[in-house]
Ligand binder design. Structure first.
Ligand SMILES: Cc1cc2nc3c(=O)[nH]c(=O)nc-3n(C[C@H](O)[C@H](O)[C@H](O)COP(=O)(O)O)c2cc1C
Length: 182
């Protein structure tokens, strides 16, 4: 049976390489997975404890929480900002972390990143992993996906055109399918 995966990914940019990467998973993983992508981080205001109570949450957050709870796994796909997690993604995770029955608890998770540089976002992945430790997500260690020199890996429409990267992603998704069932 196909696994349902919720992708939290991309950046706020319209032509975000990380958004492109997320969209490509739909084709690459179509035999084994159904994907739903969330990248509209603007729907969440900056987190402030004063602005909500236990019964009063932004509707977008409740939707994200339900999608995570109902998914077999979550894939984070993110750029690296200043060697770390972009503010909008950290804000999104901070909101998620406050939800009752915190939805990332024990949830199978894997990570991908794309950047313009030669490390493909290697550093953001380890900061994100650290955050996910606190949230007790079950993060897959290998295979890791770092899309380096992202400008050269996609065509103008956002299609991934690098065979090696596509094969790395296939390997990661195959591993994730097994990991979800473990
Ligand atoms: C505020 C900011 C900080 C950045 N810091 C890094 C960085 O630490 N490492 C890196 O590889 N690229 C960095 N970049 C460049 C990103 O890799 C590049 O902007 C990439 O296109 C962002 O992903 P996106 O296309 O999904 O928006 C940074 C970009 C911005 C706007």
């Amino acid at each position: 049976m196909k696994k349902n995966i919720f992708i939290i990914g991309g950046s706020l940019r319209k032509k975000s390489y990380n958004k492109f990467l997320a969209s490509n998973l739909i084709e690459i993983g179509k035999n084994d997975f159904n994907f739903e992508i969330f990248s509209d981080f603007n729907l969440l205001p900056m987190y402030n404890t004063d602005d909500h109570s236990e019964n009063d949450w932004p509707s977008a957050l409740l939707e994200i929480g339900d999608k995570i709870k109902n998914a077999d796994g979550v894939i984070f796909i993110t750029p690296e900002y200043n060697f770390s997690v972009p503010g909008y993604l950290k804000n999104c995770i901070d909101w998620i972390s406050r939800l009752p029955n915190q939805p990332l608890d024990k949830k199978p998770v894997c990570i991908q990143s794309a950047s313009l540089g030669p490390l493909g976002g290697a550093r953001v992945q380890y900061h994100l992993r650290q955050i996910l430790v606190f949230l007790n997500a079950r993060v897959m260690n290998k295979n890791e996906i770092f899309v380096t020199f992202a400008k050269t890996k996609f065509d103008e429409t956002g299609k991934l055109i690098d065979e090696q990267t596509i094969n790395f992603i296939k390997d990661q998704l195959n591993g994730f399918k097994i990991f979800i069932n473990e």
